[in-house]
Every structure is written in C-alpha cells, then in structure tokens.
Design a protein around this ligand. Structure first.
Ligand code: HEC
Ligand code: HEC
Length: 181
C-alpha cells in the first residue's frame, strides 16, 4: 500500500467513524423510550417500503390495513395467517396511544372519527410537514411523496422523528433558499 493510499484510506475512515459515534450519542439522547422491533414485521412489512413504526397509527387503523393486504395501496401484500397474526399482535401492542413515546402523541391531534389508512394523511402529520412544501417550493405534496420517512428522518429506523434529527440538508434551517438534491 502506498502512502497516498494509506492517507486516503484513513481520511475516509475517520470521518465515517466520527459520524457514526455522533449518531449513536444523538440516538441515546433522543431515545427516552425503547423502540421494540419485531423481525418478522421488519422483513415482511419492510420489503417494499420503510417498516413504519407501530406507534404511527392507532390499533384500529392497523387492523384495517392488515385485513386488506390483498389490495394494499394497489399491491398484493397478502401473508399467511400465522405471520399476519404475529404482526397484528406486535402492531397492536405498540400502536399510537398505547406506547405514546415522547413526540409521537402529537399524531393523535384532530384524528377524524374514521382515520385515514395513510400516516401521511393524518392532520397532525400534514401540519408538521406543511413547511416541506414551502421549502421545496412544491405547488402541492403528492400522495406518497412523504411516505419514505427514512429519506429525511435519519433515526426513523429507531422510531425517532424529531425535527432536530433530520438528515443534514433536510431541515428548514439548512435548506435556506435552495432545494436539497
Ligand atoms: C408488495 C409491496 C408491499 C408490501 C409487502 C407492503 N406494502 Fe405497505 N405499501 C405499499 C405501497 C405501494 C404503498 C403506497 C406507497 C406510496 O404511495 O408511495 C404502501 C403504503 C403503506 C402505508 C401507508 C404509508 C403512508 O403513505 O402513510 C402503510 C401504513 C403500509 N404500507 C403498511 C404496510 C404493512 C403493515 C405491511 C406488512 C403487512 C406492508 N405495508 C407491506 C406496498 C407494500
Ligand atoms: C421530504 C422530507 C421528509 C419526509 C419524507 C418525511 N418528513 Fe417528517 N419532517 C420533515 C421536516 C422538514 C420536519 C420538520 C418540520 C418543522 O421544522 O417543523 C418533519 C417533522 C416531522 C415530525 C414532527 C417532529 C417534531 O420534532 O415536532 C414527525 C412526527 C414526522 N416528521 C414524522 C414523519 C414520518 C412518520 C414520515 C413518513 C411517513 C415523515 N415524517 C416523512 C421532513 C420529512
């Protein structure tokens, strides 16, 4: 290995290490609740999209989502009875209103009598993301545009969506007048 290769190697490695450590510290600080992950859920419901943490929807809404998997937002996501029973139990045990971790209880605000099936259509979700439309200079936010939570929320996989913990470049403060890539 030449000296140049060594320097380039460490030059990449050290920032990555620092970034990772920084992430862990922030995660510990933000995590005043323990996010329970279920492997079956992550595998089955994370196959096509981000595996949405159970505390994002009320138990009744998860029941409906799980009972209509053969026509799931235009896709067939059907599961066998055993797998689906395990997933329903997991979702119910940690649904919105039960686990109610730090910031997520905000999602309960103004929920209509018949809640939508999409997290992204909850009134509190729309309120929280009104600024995205403004910052990205969009005329409207299309259905599905905000569904990949982890694209912007860097600790989404730990169930943490604090606005202070967005990916660099996705916070209104850092967006300034230009759009992120
Ligand atoms: C075959 C692919 C596929 C699988 C498997 C799948 N989904 Fe989906 N899911 C979709 C599609 C497509 C959408 C709509 C995404 C969009 O509009 O961008 C969606 C959307 C959702 C949404 C609404 C997201 C929003 O916009 O707020 C929820 C909740 C959801 N899925 C839950 C689940 C659960 C629970 C499972 C496991 C039982 C699951 N999905 C498995 C394809 C899938
Ligand atoms: C295009 C980027 C983007 C996507 C995708 C996105 N968000 Fe956000 N989200 C934001 C921004 C930016 C804010 C902060 C708005 C502000 O400054 O008030 C935010 C705020 C939030 C908040 C309020 C946090 C707080 O500290 O008050 C929650 C909860 C949240 N998002 C959940 C989600 C979930 C769940 C998804 C996926 C279904 C999602 N977001 C998808 C950009 C995004």
């Amino acid at each position: 290995m030449t000296l140049v290769q060594k320097i380039t190697g460490w030059g990449l490695f050290i920032p990555i290490l620092i970034f990772a450590l920084y992430g862990i510290v922030q995660e510990v600080q933000a995590g005043n609740f323990r996010y329970v992950r279920n492997q079956t859920y992550v595998e089955e419901c994370g196959a096509c999209h981000f595996a949405y943490p159970p505390q994002l929807l009320p138990a009744e809404t998860w029941t409906i989502v799980m009972s209509e998997l053969d026509d799931h937002f235009g896709e067939n996501a059907e599961l066998d009875v055993e797998t689906s029973t395990e997933i329903v139990q997991y979702l119910h045990a940690h649904a919105l209103g039960v686990a109610a971790p730090s910031r997520m209880s905000k999602m309960m605000r103004n929920i209509p009598d018949e809640p939508p099936l999409r997290i992204t259509e909850f009134p509190a979700f729309k309120d929280a993301h009104a600024v995205v439309k403004e910052q990205l200079e969009l005329s409207s936010i299309e259905t599905g545009f905000l569904s990949p939570c982890a694209d912007c929320h860097r600790l989404a996989n730990s169930g943490i969506f604090d606005k202070e913990l967005l990916h660099p470049g996705y916070g209104p403060a850092s967006w300034g007048s230009s759009k992120p890539e």
